[in-house]
Design a protein around this ligand. Sequence first.
Ligand code: ADP
Length: 450
Amino acid sequence: MFDKILIANRGEIALRVIRACREMGIKSVAVHSTADADAMHVRMADEAICIGPAPGTESYLNMAAIIAACEVTGAQAIHPGYGFLSENASFVQIIEDHGLTFIGPTAEHIRTMGDKITAKDTMIKLGVPCVPGSEGGVPDLAAAKKLGDEMGYPVIIKATAGGGGRGMKVAATAADMESAFMTARAEGKSNFGNDEVYIEKYLTTPRHIEIQVFGDGKGKAVHLGERDCSLQRRHQKVFEEAPGPSITPEERAKIGKVCADAVAKINYIGAGTIEFLYENGEFYFIEMNTRLQVEHPVTEAIFGVDLVREQILVAAGESMTFGQDDLEINGHSIEVRINAERLPNFAPCPGKITAYHAPGGLGVRMDSALYQGYSIPPYYDSLIGKLIVHGRDRAEALARLDRALGELIVDGIDTTTPLFHALLQEKDIHTGEYNIHWLEKWLDANMAEG
Ligand code: ADP
């Protein structure tokens, strides 16, 4: 087992990893930018080292500085968290070339799944159901128009290198194709340096259902059920739950096995998430994330396992502590993302926290790096906390969420907390009847941007 792990990240996820390390008796090294010298992950780790100036490109994305930090501190392994370098295959290669261990999948698996066309092709070969669409990339507008006519509108044009909701455009009718195709291509080029695009049937009322998988890299893999992340704004998740309110035990077992078998076949190592759209009882693969997800705590809550601990164990060559038969769902869990954003238009709202109180009590987990007096820097993601609740059933979890939101105090800045108070007044949230468009429609009707 490793003696010391470096965490190449910041915020709540850096804390999350530090906590797992401490429980395992492993020393932790935090890295930070000059803007984060006072951040909580710096205070909580056993050691901390500055790796560059405020912009992420010069610090948290600075591979040379991170490798040097390992050499200076004697850390043997790197946990990337999510975002930043977590899905960067070159980073993994460089880590290995330096005789260090990356806590995550292989460079090859990251590369395969990071390119959406290759990922889809791989999944089709592994027997995973996919959204109908083009076979591989679509070379030009004429080919795109031809396909659109054949498939029938609406269709979605996606950049193969896209992510975070960028590089995707919907063409509702043939008349929209030209602008959608050109925009998706341009976004792919400018954001990800790759203008290759592909086309999929656009599903009009799906839910977003994702399957958590975990492999030991030696051909053993399990699934940990699904998360429903249908409540999204601009393709970004804001509210996630497990189990999914629309999924039956039979459906879970079936799609779960398809996913576990697929990753077992490729000797996948560590945590991964296979994302699907789910409509009329059918699952359609959209992408695989080869890392820990922001919303992993809802899965941890219902299965009672520590996914970060398992990631560290398998990276060190040890066995996973559970097999498929050990995994049984217990109750219901919901996570809401508390962002430093001002409603109604979700404008980023960094600034000084004048008062902070985290909710507590039975079934409540608050993953956050906030503290009173902390100044949220303007350079990074606006996620400042994740409130996760767990109850015996969905109704209990919702009541607990309402109670816990009422206890949360974050003064000095605006947050997305009022959004969740308002959502909890909605009948559809209580019945679980929503698809990926529900929240956008609700926001249009209830929070007209001022
Ligand atoms: P990203 O990598 O940018 O997150 P994804 O492929 O995971 O992109 O898609 C993100 C979201 O976009 C999905 O959760 C869904 O809301 C929407 N989406 C993607 N593909 C389709 C599709 N074929 N039909 C309808 N909605 C889609």
